[in-house]
Design a binder for this molecule. Structure first.
Ligand SMILES: Nc1ccn([C@@H]2O[C@H](COP(=O)(O)OP(=O)(O)OP(=O)(O)O)[C@@H](O)[C@H]2O)c(=O)n1
Ligand SMILES: C[C@](O)(CO)[C@H](O)COP(=O)(O)O
Length: 228
Protein backbone atom coordinates (compact mmCIF):
# COMPACT_ATOMS: atom_id res chain seq x y z
CA UNK A 1 0.00 0.00 0.00
CA UNK A 2 1.47 3.38 -0.96
CA UNK A 3 2.20 5.25 2.29
CA UNK A 4 0.90 8.51 0.83
CA UNK A 5 -2.55 6.98 0.36
CA UNK A 6 -2.66 5.12 3.67
CA UNK A 7 -5.44 6.58 5.76
CA UNK A 8 -6.58 6.08 9.31
CA UNK A 9 -10.32 5.46 9.52
CA UNK A 10 -12.56 6.55 12.39
CA UNK A 11 -15.81 4.60 12.70
CA UNK A 12 -18.51 6.09 14.93
CA UNK A 13 -20.48 3.04 16.08
CA UNK A 14 -21.76 4.14 19.48
CA UNK A 15 -25.32 4.99 18.47
CA UNK A 16 -28.33 3.33 20.09
CA UNK A 17 -30.20 2.49 16.90
CA UNK A 18 -33.49 3.83 18.28
CA UNK A 19 -35.08 4.13 14.83
CA UNK A 20 -34.12 0.54 13.98
CA UNK A 21 -35.65 -0.58 17.25
CA UNK A 22 -33.71 -3.82 17.85
CA UNK A 23 -33.00 -3.07 21.51
CA UNK A 24 -29.25 -3.52 20.97
CA UNK A 25 -26.69 -1.07 19.56
CA UNK A 26 -27.26 -0.83 15.80
CA UNK A 27 -23.61 -1.60 15.05
CA UNK A 28 -24.13 -5.08 16.52
CA UNK A 29 -27.28 -5.91 14.57
CA UNK A 30 -26.49 -8.88 12.29
CA UNK A 31 -27.04 -8.96 8.55
CA UNK A 32 -26.54 -12.42 7.05
CA UNK A 33 -24.66 -13.59 10.13
CA UNK A 34 -22.27 -10.66 10.65
CA UNK A 35 -22.87 -7.46 12.61
CA UNK A 36 -23.15 -4.23 10.62
CA UNK A 37 -19.92 -2.99 12.22
CA UNK A 38 -17.95 -5.98 10.93
CA UNK A 39 -19.30 -5.46 7.41
CA UNK A 40 -18.34 -1.77 7.65
CA UNK A 41 -14.78 -2.38 8.86
CA UNK A 42 -14.16 -5.16 6.32
CA UNK A 43 -15.38 -2.83 3.57
CA UNK A 44 -13.00 -0.08 4.65
CA UNK A 45 -10.00 -2.40 4.80
CA UNK A 46 -10.80 -4.11 1.50
CA UNK A 47 -10.34 -0.82 -0.37
CA UNK A 48 -6.57 -1.12 0.16
CA UNK A 49 -6.27 2.49 1.34
CA UNK A 50 -6.72 2.17 5.10
CA UNK A 51 -3.93 1.11 7.43
CA UNK A 52 -5.66 1.43 10.80
CA UNK A 53 -9.21 1.77 12.08
CA UNK A 54 -10.45 3.28 15.34
CA UNK A 55 -13.99 2.34 16.31
CA UNK A 56 -16.02 4.38 18.81
CA UNK A 57 -18.27 1.78 20.42
CA UNK A 58 -21.02 1.91 23.04
CA UNK A 59 -19.30 2.00 26.46
CA UNK A 60 -21.14 -1.10 27.66
CA UNK A 61 -20.14 -3.11 24.57
CA UNK A 62 -16.39 -2.43 24.47
CA UNK A 63 -15.38 -6.02 25.16
CA UNK A 64 -17.90 -7.46 22.73
CA UNK A 65 -16.79 -5.09 19.97
CA UNK A 66 -13.09 -5.71 20.63
CA UNK A 67 -13.64 -9.44 20.42
CA UNK A 68 -15.70 -9.05 17.22
CA UNK A 69 -12.84 -7.18 15.53
CA UNK A 70 -9.89 -9.11 16.99
CA UNK A 71 -7.22 -9.96 14.44
CA UNK A 72 -7.96 -6.84 12.39
CA UNK A 73 -5.89 -3.60 12.56
CA UNK A 74 -8.51 -1.97 14.75
CA UNK A 75 -8.59 -0.20 18.13
CA UNK A 76 -11.82 0.27 20.03
CA UNK A 77 -12.60 3.25 22.26
CA UNK A 78 -15.74 4.29 24.12
CA UNK A 79 -17.98 6.64 22.12
CA UNK A 80 -19.71 9.80 23.29
CA UNK A 81 -23.20 11.17 23.69
CA UNK A 82 -23.57 12.19 20.04
CA UNK A 83 -21.91 11.36 16.75
CA UNK A 84 -19.61 14.40 16.80
CA UNK A 85 -18.33 13.48 20.26
CA UNK A 86 -17.78 9.84 19.25
CA UNK A 87 -15.72 10.93 16.23
CA UNK A 88 -13.72 13.35 18.41
CA UNK A 89 -12.86 10.58 20.87
CA UNK A 90 -11.81 8.22 18.07
CA UNK A 91 -9.75 11.00 16.48
CA UNK A 92 -7.90 11.70 19.74
CA UNK A 93 -6.99 8.01 20.01
CA UNK A 94 -5.94 7.82 16.34
CA UNK A 95 -3.56 10.77 16.76
CA UNK A 96 -1.88 8.89 19.61
CA UNK A 97 -1.57 5.47 17.95
CA UNK A 98 -0.95 6.55 14.32
CA UNK A 99 0.94 9.83 14.83
CA UNK A 100 2.15 10.08 11.22
CA UNK A 101 -1.23 9.74 9.56
CA UNK A 102 -1.93 12.43 6.95
CA UNK A 103 -5.40 11.33 5.83
CA UNK A 104 -8.39 10.57 8.05
CA UNK A 105 -11.67 8.98 7.01
CA UNK A 106 -14.84 9.16 9.08
CA UNK A 107 -17.25 6.35 8.26
CA UNK A 108 -20.59 5.45 9.84
CA UNK A 109 -20.85 1.85 11.03
CA UNK A 110 -24.41 2.18 9.75
CA UNK A 111 -23.18 2.58 6.13
CA UNK A 112 -21.95 -1.00 6.31
CA UNK A 113 -22.20 -1.88 2.61
CA UNK A 114 -20.28 1.03 1.10
CA UNK A 115 -18.41 -0.34 -1.93
CA UNK A 116 -14.59 -0.24 -1.66
CA UNK A 117 -14.38 1.94 -4.77
CA UNK A 118 -16.13 4.77 -2.90
CA UNK A 119 -13.55 4.50 -0.10
CA UNK A 120 -10.77 4.59 -2.70
CA UNK A 121 -12.25 7.64 -4.48
CA UNK A 122 -12.42 9.60 -1.24
CA UNK A 123 -8.89 8.73 -0.08
CA UNK A 124 -7.43 9.40 -3.51
CA UNK A 125 -9.09 12.84 -3.70
CA UNK A 126 -7.57 13.82 -0.34
CA UNK A 127 -4.19 12.39 -1.37
CA UNK A 128 -4.44 14.55 -4.51
CA UNK A 129 -4.73 17.70 -2.39
CA UNK A 130 -8.33 18.22 -1.28
CA UNK A 131 -8.66 19.14 2.41
CA UNK A 132 -12.12 17.64 2.75
CA UNK A 133 -14.05 15.26 0.50
CA UNK A 134 -17.56 13.82 0.72
CA UNK A 135 -19.22 11.16 -1.45
CA UNK A 136 -22.55 12.36 -2.81
CA UNK A 137 -25.53 11.29 -4.89
CA UNK A 138 -28.02 13.46 -6.79
CA UNK A 139 -31.50 13.88 -5.29
CA UNK A 140 -34.13 11.59 -6.78
CA UNK A 141 -37.05 13.36 -5.09
CA UNK A 142 -38.28 16.91 -5.10
CA UNK A 143 -37.43 18.52 -1.73
CA UNK A 144 -39.60 21.05 0.13
CA UNK A 145 -38.59 23.49 2.84
CA UNK A 146 -41.36 23.51 5.48
CA UNK A 147 -42.12 25.57 8.59
CA UNK A 148 -42.78 24.20 12.10
CA UNK A 149 -46.42 23.52 11.16
CA UNK A 150 -45.46 21.53 8.08
CA UNK A 151 -46.50 24.27 5.65
CA UNK A 152 -44.31 24.50 2.58
CA UNK A 153 -42.07 27.55 2.44
CA UNK A 154 -40.34 26.77 -0.83
CA UNK A 155 -38.84 24.29 -3.26
CA UNK A 156 -35.03 24.40 -3.47
CA UNK A 157 -33.53 23.79 -6.91
CA UNK A 158 -32.99 20.03 -6.91
CA UNK A 159 -30.17 20.29 -9.43
CA UNK A 160 -28.01 21.95 -6.79
CA UNK A 161 -28.78 19.45 -4.01
CA UNK A 162 -26.85 16.30 -3.10
CA UNK A 163 -27.37 13.48 -0.64
CA UNK A 164 -24.19 13.07 1.42
CA UNK A 165 -22.70 9.73 2.45
CA UNK A 166 -19.63 8.43 4.22
CA UNK A 167 -16.70 7.81 4.35
CA UNK A 168 -15.83 11.48 4.45
CA UNK A 169 -12.12 12.18 3.97
CA UNK A 170 -9.94 14.93 5.43
CA UNK A 171 -6.38 15.90 5.80
CA UNK A 172 -5.75 15.18 9.45
CA UNK A 173 -4.93 18.78 10.44
CA UNK A 174 -8.21 20.03 8.98
CA UNK A 175 -10.25 17.42 10.82
CA UNK A 176 -8.44 18.15 14.11
CA UNK A 177 -9.06 21.89 13.74
CA UNK A 178 -12.72 21.26 12.89
CA UNK A 179 -13.24 19.11 15.98
CA UNK A 180 -11.44 21.62 18.22
CA UNK A 181 -14.10 24.19 17.30
CA UNK A 182 -16.41 22.61 19.88
CA UNK A 183 -19.29 22.77 17.39
CA UNK A 184 -21.61 19.86 16.71
CA UNK A 185 -22.91 18.87 13.28
CA UNK A 186 -24.68 15.96 11.64
CA UNK A 187 -21.55 15.23 9.62
CA UNK A 188 -17.85 16.08 9.90
CA UNK A 189 -17.86 18.05 6.67
CA UNK A 190 -20.33 20.39 8.38
CA UNK A 191 -17.67 21.23 10.96
CA UNK A 192 -15.13 21.86 8.21
CA UNK A 193 -17.58 24.08 6.30
CA UNK A 194 -17.95 26.19 9.46
CA UNK A 195 -14.19 26.88 9.26
CA UNK A 196 -14.65 28.23 5.75
CA UNK A 197 -12.59 25.40 4.25
CA UNK A 198 -13.84 24.12 0.86
CA UNK A 199 -15.38 20.64 0.85
CA UNK A 200 -15.06 18.71 -2.43
CA UNK A 201 -17.36 15.97 -3.68
CA UNK A 202 -16.85 12.62 -5.39
CA UNK A 203 -19.43 10.13 -6.62
CA UNK A 204 -21.10 8.09 -3.91
CA UNK A 205 -23.03 4.85 -4.44
CA UNK A 206 -26.58 3.68 -3.63
CA UNK A 207 -25.16 0.76 -1.60
CA UNK A 208 -23.56 3.29 0.77
CA UNK A 209 -27.05 3.98 2.15
CA UNK A 210 -27.33 4.37 5.91
CA UNK A 211 -29.15 1.54 7.67
CA UNK A 212 -31.49 3.60 9.83
CA UNK A 213 -34.94 1.96 9.77
CA UNK A 214 -36.28 -1.62 9.57
CA UNK A 215 -36.95 -0.98 5.88
CA UNK A 216 -33.27 -0.16 5.31
CA UNK A 217 -32.28 -3.35 7.12
CA UNK A 218 -34.60 -5.39 4.89
CA UNK A 219 -32.97 -3.82 1.82
CA UNK A 220 -29.53 -4.69 3.23
CA UNK A 221 -30.59 -8.30 3.91
CA UNK A 222 -32.12 -8.82 0.48
CA UNK A 223 -29.93 -6.79 -1.82
CA UNK A 224 -26.72 -5.42 -0.43
CA UNK A 225 -24.85 -8.47 0.84
CA UNK A 226 -25.40 -10.59 -2.25
CA UNK A 227 -22.02 -11.35 -3.69
CA UNK A 228 -20.14 -10.67 -0.46
N1 LIG B 1 -23.58 8.89 20.27
C1 LIG B 1 -23.42 8.42 19.04
C2 LIG B 1 -24.47 8.45 18.08
C3 LIG B 1 -24.26 7.91 16.82
N2 LIG B 1 -23.07 7.34 16.52
C4 LIG B 1 -22.85 6.69 15.22
O1 LIG B 1 -23.07 7.60 14.15
C5 LIG B 1 -23.49 6.88 12.99
C6 LIG B 1 -24.71 7.56 12.36
O2 LIG B 1 -25.74 7.60 13.31
P1 LIG B 1 -27.17 6.93 13.11
O3 LIG B 1 -27.21 6.09 11.92
O4 LIG B 1 -28.16 8.01 13.28
O5 LIG B 1 -27.20 5.90 14.35
P2 LIG B 1 -27.95 5.95 15.73
O6 LIG B 1 -27.62 7.19 16.49
O7 LIG B 1 -27.63 4.65 16.37
O8 LIG B 1 -29.48 5.96 15.26
P3 LIG B 1 -30.78 6.41 16.06
O9 LIG B 1 -30.83 7.92 15.95
O10 LIG B 1 -31.89 5.73 15.35
O11 LIG B 1 -30.63 5.96 17.51
C7 LIG B 1 -23.80 5.43 13.44
O12 LIG B 1 -22.80 4.56 12.95
C8 LIG B 1 -23.82 5.55 14.95
O13 LIG B 1 -23.40 4.36 15.62
C9 LIG B 1 -22.03 7.32 17.47
O14 LIG B 1 -20.95 6.81 17.21
N3 LIG B 1 -22.23 7.89 18.70
C1 LIG C 1 -22.82 11.46 8.48
C2 LIG C 1 -24.08 11.17 7.74
O1 LIG C 1 -24.23 9.79 7.53
C3 LIG C 1 -23.99 11.83 6.37
O2 LIG C 1 -25.19 11.66 5.67
C4 LIG C 1 -25.30 11.68 8.47
O3 LIG C 1 -25.25 13.07 8.56
C5 LIG C 1 -25.48 11.06 9.85
O4 LIG C 1 -26.68 11.58 10.39
P1 LIG C 1 -27.40 10.91 11.63
O5 LIG C 1 -28.65 11.70 11.84
O6 LIG C 1 -26.46 11.00 12.78
O7 LIG C 1 -27.71 9.52 11.21
Amino acid sequence: MAQLNAAVALVPAAGRGERLGFGIPKALVPVRGAPLLLHAVRGLLSAGRVRHVVVAAPAEALEQVSSLLSGLPVDVVAGGSDRTESVGLALRHALAVVPGARIALVHDAARAFTPPEVVARVVDAVAAGARAVVPVLPMADTVKLVDADGVVLGTPDRAALRVVQTPQGFDVETLVTAHRSGLSATDDAGLVEALGVPVNTVDGHPNAMKVTTPHDLAVAEKVLVEGL
